[in-house]
Structure formats: structure tokens, C-alpha cells
Design a protein around this ligand. Structure first.
Ligand code: SF4
Length: 189
């Protein structure tokens, strides 16, 4: 653990512990598995300054070959100027900086709340994966009927897991974390 990230890593551990409980609670709806990278293939991956610095701390530990692939990926994204893009840190369908990934990546796969308070389904719901059995494809909404019909044990809870919510957790204040400016990943790179 480096001194610079000491409190940040304590905070990350507490976020991970909370997220583990959320994943466990909704486990009957979740099909995340090694080798699936759908969440990393079409996004903008917003993060704060400290998350970015931590991400680059992970990058520093990679070998020259991996670093070179990531640099090429970044160049390609910049040239193509797309709003949504495949994360440059994704190599062979795996996150090359997994332990250093931003908050948003840690929440991938769960049912969250969008800015309007509606359920935001993971992108894989339309591919027959997480929460797909209760996803009403026509209304793009959670179907209480399907929860009942499929005999699920719990009604899925919608969690508020935006970066803003995470950065305002009491633990962040307790640890005096300065998150800095937040923007899209590619705008940091
Ligand atoms: S940092 Fe890792 S987990 Fe996050 S989007 Fe990129 S490859 Fe996926």
C-alpha cells in the first residue's frame, strides 16, 4: 500500500464490502462470470481525479506489452472520437487493472437507479444475463409480474450507486478523501 492511496484504499475496501452485500442479496438475478466483459465494451466510464490516479497506479504495474496495447487502444479511441467506447484497459476480455478499477466498474452488473429514479438495468439484461428474466423489453422496465411468474425469492431492490452517492458516503468524509474533478475516462487520458 502506498502512502498516497492509504485512505483511498481503506475507502475502496469499505465500498467493496458494501457492494458484496448488494451482489449477494441479488444473487439469484446475477450471472456475472470470468471472461464476460459486456460492461466494459460500450461506456464512458466516469471517474474522479483520485480514481484516475489510482487507475494509473495499476497501469504502472503492468508489463511493457500490456502498457503498449493500452496506449494503442487510447489512441484509437481518441481518433474515433466516440461518446461510448470499449475501455482501453480491457485486454483479452479481462480488466488489466482489476484491483485499481474505478467505482463505476465495481457496480457493473447490479440493478441501480438512473437520474430520474427509474431502474437502470445492466447492459447485459438484453443479452439474457443479469436481471433479464424480470426485464420488460417493451417497456424497458422492471416487471413485477415476471418476478412473481419466475418464482424469485426476493423482489429486487434498486440501489442508488452513482459516483456522487459513493463519494458522499460518510466513510469518505471520515477518511477525508479529496476526490477532485470528475469526468469521462477518455478525457483524463
Ligand atoms: S477499468 Fe476494467 S472493469 Fe473498468 S471498464 Fe475498464 S476494463 Fe472494465
Amino acid at each position: 500500500m502506498t502512502d498516497k492511496f492509504q485512505n483511498f484504499e481503506i475507502f475502496l475496501k469499505s465500498v467493496d464490502d458494501d457492494l458484496k452485500k448488494i451482489f449477494d442479496y441479488q444473487k439469484e438475478y446475477i450471472f456475472c462470470k470470468k471472461g464476460c466483459s459486456l460492461c466494459c465494451e460500450n461506456g464512458d466510464y466516469p471517474l474522479s481525479q483520485i480514481e484516475f490516479e489510482y487507475l494509473m497506479d495499476g497501469f504502472k504495474n503492468l508489463n511493457a506489452g500490456e502498457q503498449s496495447i493500452i496506449k494503442e487502444n487510447i489512441e484509437k479511441i481518441k481518433q474515433e472520437k466516440q461518446e461510448l467506447y470499449k475501455c482501453p484497459f480491457l485486454i483479452n476480455n479481462a480488466c488489466s487493472v482489476y484491483s485499481h478499477r474505478p467505482f463505476v466498474c465495481r457496480t457493473f452488473g447490479v440493478l441501480t437507479e438512473d437520474a430520474k429514479g427509474n431502474p437502470a438495468f445492466p447492459s447485459c439484461a438484453v443479452h439474457g444475463l443479469n436481471f433479464s428474466q424480470i426485464y420488460d423489453k417493451e417497456k424497458h422496465h422492471l416487471s413485477a409480474e415476471l418476478v412473481e411468474k419466475n418464482h424469485f425469492k426476493i423482489f429486487p431492490k434498486i440501489f442508488r450507486l452513482s459516483n456522487k452517492v459513493i463519494m458522499n458516503l460518510p466513510k469518505a468524509k471520515e477518511l477525508d478523501i479529496n476526490f477532485g474533478e470528475a469526468k469521462r475516462m477518455i478525457d483524463f487520458l
